[in-house]
Write a protein that binds this ligand. Structure first.
Ligand code: HEC
Length: 147
């Protein structure tokens, strides 16, 4: 003897469980996507880097040009890339380009390092800067793509 009422309730619980599972997965996926946002997107950062290309090179064959090579620049001390003729302002800044310092600098280079010869207005959009940082970090100090 089946009791339609009970069977119906049983199905509802199953359906509910399935929905709960689906929502759980969605929430987890959204969480991952958000974490990536915060860390920046290197592919989008490559487009931001087009603003730097007139003066900076990056990658295994990069050479100093108007500005120094930017391989491994995040975490690098200011003014130390070999063979580049830095301004006294940059060399004597005592800065290390950790993410927070780089962020301030690229927001307004001439405000952060008074007298720098980097003539660049700056990038004010925080998402653009996060993506740019992710792109810069995708190269190691030798200009190799990091895995
Ligand atoms: C018009 C040319 C120009 C543009 C555009 C430019 N830079 Fe520069 N950059 C320079 C010059 C020149 C220096 C050397 C500054 C000095 O010695 O005072 C420099 C220095 C730097 C430094 C310090 C490096 C070190 O070794 O201390 C960083 C970091 C940097 N630039 C990042 C960037 C990024 C990222 C962009 C793009 C968003 C950019 N720059 C755009 C010319 C430029």
């Amino acid at each position: 003897m089946t009791q339609p009422g009970l069977e119906g309730k049983h199905m509802t619980q199953k359906t509910f469980a399935a929905f709960a599972f689906a929502f759980g997965c969605l929430a987890a996926l959204t969480g991952v996507a958000r974490a990536e946002d915060a860390a920046g997107d290197a592919a989008l950062g490559e487009k931001v880097f087009n603003k730097c290309r007139p003066c900076h090179m990056i990658g295994e064959t990069a050479k100093n040009s108007v500005g120094p090579v930017l391989n491994g620049v995040i975490g690098r001390k200011a003014g130390i890339y070999e063979g580049y003729n830095y301004s006294e302002a940059n060399k004597g800044s005592g800065l290390t380009w950790d993410e927070a310092t780089f962020r301030e600098y690229i927001h307004a280079p001439q405000a952060k390092v008074k007298g720098t010869k980097m003539v660049f207005a700056g990038i004010t959009n925080d998402t653009d800067v996060s993506n740019l940082i992710a792109y810069l970090k995708s190269y190691d100090a030798a200009g190799k793509k990091t895995p």
